[in-house]
Write a protein that binds this ligand. Structure first.
Ligand code: NDP
Length: 477
């Protein structure tokens, strides 16, 4: 699950476009590959680097100072009632308390990730945990991963529950109460990790053959150079930072918001319960399928730079949880019909998202020897060439959800995202930022993936797009 989506307008000069991928000259370790970045990508990268941290600050600050109204600060700035300085001065700053909380949090997640091998797969039927293989990297490596995210999530939440019910070491509102100071701490970690990964790629890359250099320093910093940076044999940056501390924290952040509602108003609204439940399903799905995640675009194609490092530390925990934050300041109680409609939309979206992903996974694992919607799946045989010139074969499914549209998993994801936003009622646009962002992210991701697939499969991809003409919405897009 990446948080900013990446930019795909690259031209890799060393690849010939034909019926598949073919590299003209073999990559020499430590010799920079020749990538060219067009001006559009470069401007987008610089714009994002400069604006994303302020965008996150803006969406959190407007709740703290303007009850989540996004227009009010702009009106005040325009009329001269407020200045950027006065808004900035009113916002809480870095605190050592927040630094201590965040240090304990990240250290605890590192310990769970590195020192507690997975045992849950031994007693949870159908769960694939423990040591698993990743996909083959462009240089031909297959990395091993310790999949213990579900276990980390369970231990963390059991401790959270034990604290809230019995131990009372800290208040369950601790996250909300330190939210803006924590934003400072997550930014420090996000920039530190991205900068470390950038420098590491030049000085001591984990695998030099899998490095990608564009010759443009901003692009390298943002999109990453190393494919799978690691410290030692097991500390994998992508797996750790993407899943924990951000996604494990997601459900805790929501619980902290619910606790704050209880403290402030003496009750928790049905909208807050809906947001907690629907997002918990999504988070648990992610950890249940963590081994499957090793085969998604984030791990298989993206390099580790600022957009993954900073995005996972800052963007994801702060902007994916905007609905709960909004509901602390605006405790919306939904009518039964509204709540039922949101629940239905969320569950149908989840069903489409999960089933589509599952169908492809099953189809690829069994090489098409399976049943999808009660029938043998139909598919298109494809051929492509890998970096070393070898000819490979693959299959693109044209039945089940993959026969309805080319990315119905994204459509399901978007339906779920809309449900989280709709749970907040229609009083403000603030909680709807999420669906706008997810639409941009997934449409852009879809286009960039198809661009890659078209380069990889050539005329076979054309046969596939003729057979399944729509991307996200049959008949529309
Ligand atoms: P997909 O799981 O859709 O994988 C795309 C790849 O699947 C293609 O590159 C191609 O790879 C293969 N493929 C494409 N069409 C077919 C077909 N018809 N039959 C078989 N294989 C096919 O993409 P993602 O990794 O982006 O997404 C995984 C999930 O994660 C999605 O459900 C998405 O919604 C979710 N997600 C959530 C995010 C969030 O922030 N909440 C962010 C990003 C993703 P190949 O080269 O192997 O042929």
């Amino acid at each position: 699950m990446d948080s900013t989506g990446g930019w795909g307008h690259l031209r890799w000069c060393g690849w010939a476009r034909g019926n598949g991928w073919r590299r003209i000259s073999r990559m020499v370790p430590n010799t920079p590959n020749t990538w060219e970045v067009d001006w559009f990508s470069l401007s987008a990268v610089i714009l994002l680097l400069c604006t994303a941290p302020f965008l996150v600050f803006f969406f959190v600050m407007v709740c703290d100072q303007y009850q989540c109204s996004v227009s009010q600060p702009l009106v005040e700035l325009y009329s001269g009632e407020a200045t950027l300085r006065s808004i900035w001065d009113k916002a809480p700053s870095f605190t050592w308390t927040a630094a201590q909380i965040y240090t304990v949090w990240v250290s605890f997640q590192v310990v769970l990730y590195m020192c507690v091998p997975d045992v849950t797969h031994k007693f949870l039927p159908g769960y694939a945990g423990g040591v698993q293989d990743g996909a083959r990297t462009p240089a031909g490596l297959i990395n091993k991963y310790e999949i213990n995210g579900l276990q980390s999530w369970l231990i963390t939440h059991a401790l959270w529950y034990a604290n809230a019910q019995y131990f009372h070491w800290f208040s369950p509102t601790i996250i909300f109460d330190n939210w803006i100071p924590l934003l400072w701490c997550t930014n420090i970690l996000g920039y530190a990790v991205s900068t470390f990964a950038f420098v590491k790629a030049y000085l001591f890359p984990t695998n030099a053959e899998d490095c990608k250099f564009t010759g443009n320093v901003f692009y390298n910093y943002m999109m990453g150079i190393e494919f799978n940076p690691r410290i030692g044999k097991w500390f994998d940056f992508k797996l750790f930072f993407n899943g924990r501390p951000g996604i494990v924290a997601w459900t805790l952040i929501n619980l902290s918001y619910a606790a704050k509602q209880q403290e402030l108003y003496g009750y928790v609204t049905n909208s807050m319960i809906l947001v907690n439940v629907l997002q918990a399903i999504y988070v648990l799905d992610f950890f249940w399928n963590e081994a499957w995640y090793l085969k998604t675009i984030d791990i298989c194609h993206d390099h580790f730079g600022w957009y993954l490092g900073w995005g996972d530390c800052v963007w994801l925990p702060f902007l994916y949880t905007l609905q709960g934050l909004y509901l602390v300041y605006n405790p919306v109680q939904l009518s039964t019909a509204h709540a039922a409609a949101v629940l239905l939309l969320g569950l149908v979206g989840y069903y489409v998202f999960r089933s589509t992903n599952h169908q492809k996974d099953l189809f690829r694992r069994t090489e098409g020897k399976c049943s999808v919607w009660g029938k043998k799946p139909t598919f298109i045989e494809c051929a492509y060439r890998s970096g070393d010139g070898g000819l490979h074969h693959s299959k693109l499914m044209t039945s089940g959800f993959w026969g309805v549209a080319r990315h119905l998993n994204y459509t399901g994801d978007l339906m779920g995202s809309l449900a989280y936003c709709a749970a907040c009622g229609f009083g403000h646009i603030h909680p709807y930022f999420y669906i706008v962002y997810m639409t941009i992210l997934l449409v852009h991701r879809c286009v960039r993936d198809e661009h890659r697939c078209s380069s990889k499969y050539g005329k076979d991809w054309k046969r596939y797009t003729d057979a399944v003409p729509y991307r996200l919405l049959p008949g529309i897009f």
